[in-house]
Write a protein that binds this ligand. Structure first.
Ligand SMILES: O=c1ccn([C@@H]2O[C@H](COP(=O)(O)O)[C@@H](O)[C@H]2O)c(=O)[nH]1
Length: 285
């Protein structure tokens, strides 16, 4: 597989352009790296920072040059304190060096001045956990994300803002109406549409929309990527993506963690290739 698609020649392009190029070349699959305790057990690894490292680097070595996008789940690295964060840091560097894109799933969200701290850690070009994109939470107000938006624009990174999450509790807040009329999710999508208005093909500011939501009346045409977790273990299917995303389906980044990781170290490549083929067909790659 080629390492060139998002390699050094593309690092100066905005996240959206790099994402489109990576998905065009390697297929749309995003592999979630979620080292659950039960998966460490299943892989015959101890529930320690060393076990975490073997698991994570096993995924990196098997898939870094054949999958376009990876989404490490920060919670499972934080579980091991600084030693776990060091593994996340190393894995991110190795994946990016192999030409893959890394979305760190940390769902950060705070008052604007504090968002600047998160942006410096994850989104600034030389940040200690510099990645291609970060998941963020808009529940302190869409405007509270501005410092992260500013840093992302400057460094060419991207953001994925929670809109319609895959968990059954999500609608309690996300489908509630704001004082201005749209739902909370609708207001998030409107904000993203504005941020991506000038982007050529795919903007760098995406939404998280679960593959499990079955359908929505919200307008998902935001000229930006739509990160779709919830596939496999949570019940979402490749075929169901067309129903959820309609005309925006080509901008979907289908993300699957346990379904792929559960194949074990020797089954990873076949599981990823199988999933990628299924998503290629449905998303039109
Ligand atoms: O709405 C959301 C947002 C994020 N996630 C995260 O994605 C993975 C899903 O893991 P699976 O094993 O493929 O179910 C996990 O890290 C979640 O925190 C989500 O599921 N839904």
């Amino acid at each position: 597989m080629s390492n060139q698609l998002v390699g050094s020649d593309m690092r100066n392009k905005p996240f959206g352009a790099r994402l489109r190029a990576a998905m065009d070349t390697r297929g749309p699959l995003c592999v979630g790296i979620d080292p659950h305790q039960h998966l460490l057990d299943a892989w015959g690894l101890p529930d320690t920072a060393e076990g975490l490292a073997s698991f994570t680097y096993g995924v990196v070595d098997a898939l870094a040059d054949r999958v376009a996008v990876f989404k490490p789940q920060s919670a499972f690295f934080e579980r091991f304190g600084s030693a776990g964060i060091a593994v996340l840091e190393q894995a991110t560097i190795r994946l990016r060096d192999a030409g893959a894109l890394v979305i760190i799933d940390a769902k950060r969200g705070d008052i604007g001045s504090t968002m600047g701290g998160y942006a410096a850690a994850y989104l600034a070009e030389k940040g200690p956990l510099a990645c291609d994109a970060l998941t963020v939470s808009p529940y302190l107000g869409f405007g509270s994300l501005q410092p992260a938006i500013d840093v992302a624009r400057e460094s060419g990174a991207g953001l994925f803002v929670l809109a319609l999450t895959s968990n059954p509790e999500g609608p309690q807040f996300q489908t509630a109406r704001t004082a201005d009329g749209p739902t909370v999710a609708g207001a998030v999508l409107d904000g993203l549409r504005g941020l991506n208005a000038d982007a050529d093909d795919l903007g760098s500011f995406g939404a998280v929309v679960g593959a499990t939501i079955s359908s929505t009346d919200e307008n998902l045409d935001i000229n930006g990527p739509l990160l779709a977790p919830g596939l496999g273990a949570q019940g979402g299917t490749a075929e169901g993506l067309t129903k959820v995303f309609g005309t925006a389906v080509r901008n979907v980044v289908p993300s699957s963690s346990r379904e792929i990781l559960g194949a074990g170290p020797t089954g990873l490549q076949a599981a990823a290739d199988r999933a990628n083929d299924a998503y290629r067909t449905v998303l039109g790659y």
